[in-house]
Design a protein around this ligand. Structure first.
Ligand code: MLT
Length: 310
């Protein structure tokens, strides 16, 4: 039997090159629409996705032959893993592959927010050389929510910038945080102390809307919030309310509730001068994408061998 793999998001050619020596048919459809995908999924044994494709219950049900779902990336929140498990479909992903790229973008967004770079660059490009004032990061306190690989890397850079680092995680990170020069604390302790808050958590029951009305109320005035994790960890409508009130200096984000946005409130946020948005490019570097493709290909080979598909 020849295994049929469908790739539905843009992925480095390394992935296909590594798989070609096996008896596999690969269809690369990086722009496939949701409707088209639902029509053709019945014919595939394996689907490979990034963040654009939602592998929800409906799609899994239509994937009658589906045996493996591969996430070429670090987050599986766009996959209904419970439904996959029920149907004995294996889910593989590539943790750790984009740590440096995501941490670097976080620092970039933090600096862009603190120095108002978006407005400064836009004005300069129109020939207006206005001395736009920002704030310095040295001496400021950064609160890191989620002290995993990316959060820890952000802590290292923040330390080098002369910032005081606070770290919160649902796991016990006390010893590791202290070793890295960060002060472990609770979220309630962090919120009124942090000048900058950065999010590095996956979305789950405990982290959905980890920043909600109660948390925004506890924050300092003029706080900068950076989000390169998932939009759903922040209550967007409440965020907009606090941005309108002028409590937040800047919200710099790489992730949006709908990508691209659909709702009116999302567009208001997107266009707000206090909001900086990048289009989910945290892992979008040559280096990270090559690593993601290598690891995903190896994951697929391992799991397909285990399942005696190849
Ligand atoms: C990830 O989870 O790896 C990121 O969302 C990056 C991506 O797939 O674009």
């Amino acid at each position: 039997m020849q295994v049929k793999i469908l790739i539905t998001d843009p992925i480095s050619e390394i992935l296909i090159n590594k798989l070609t020596k096996y008896n596999i048919k690969i269809d690369y459809r990086p722009d496939i629409s949701k409707e088209e995908l639902q029509k053709i999924i019945y014919d595939y044994d394996v689907i490979v996705v990034r963040s654009r494709t939602r592998v929800d219950k409906e799609l899994i049900e239509k994937g009658k032959k589906l045996k493996v779902i591969a996430r070429a990336g670090i987050g599986v929140d766009n996959i209904d893993t419970e439904e996959a498990e029920k149907r004995n479909i294996r889910v593989v992903y590539a943790p750790g592959t984009s740590t440096d790229s995501a941490a670097e973008l976080t620092i970039g967004l933090m600096i862009a927010a603190a120095r108002n770079l978006y407005n400064a660059i836009n004005l300069a490009k129109t020939g207006v050389f206005k001395k736009i004032e920002g704030v310095e990061l040295a001496g400021k306190t950064i609160g890191i929510i989620g002290f995993g690989r990316i959060g820890s890397k952000v802590a290292t850079v923040a330390n080098a910038l002369g910032m005081k680092v606070l770290a919160y995680d649902i796991l016990d990170i006390k010893e590791r945080a202290l070793k890295m020069g960060a002060e472990p604390c609770t979220l309630d302790d962090m919120l009124p102390r942090a000048d900058i808050i950065t999010l590095h958590v996956t979305v789950g029951k405990e982290t959905k809307y980890i920043l909600d009305r109660e948390q925004f109320e506890k924050m300092k005035n003029n706080v900068i919030i950076v989000n390169t994790s998932r939009a759903a960890v922040v209550n967007g409508k409440i965020l907009l309310e606090f941005i309108r009130k002028g409590k937040i200096f800047a919200y710099a984000t790489d992730v949006f509730w709908n990508e691209p946005p659909k709702e009116e409130w999302e567009y208001e946020l997107l266009r707000h001068e206090r909001v900086i948005v990048t289009p989910h490019i945290g892992a979008q570097t040559k280096e990270a994408q090559d690593r993601v493709a290598e690891v995903t290909a190896q994951n697929l080979i391992n799991v397909m061998k285990e399942m005696r598909l190849i």
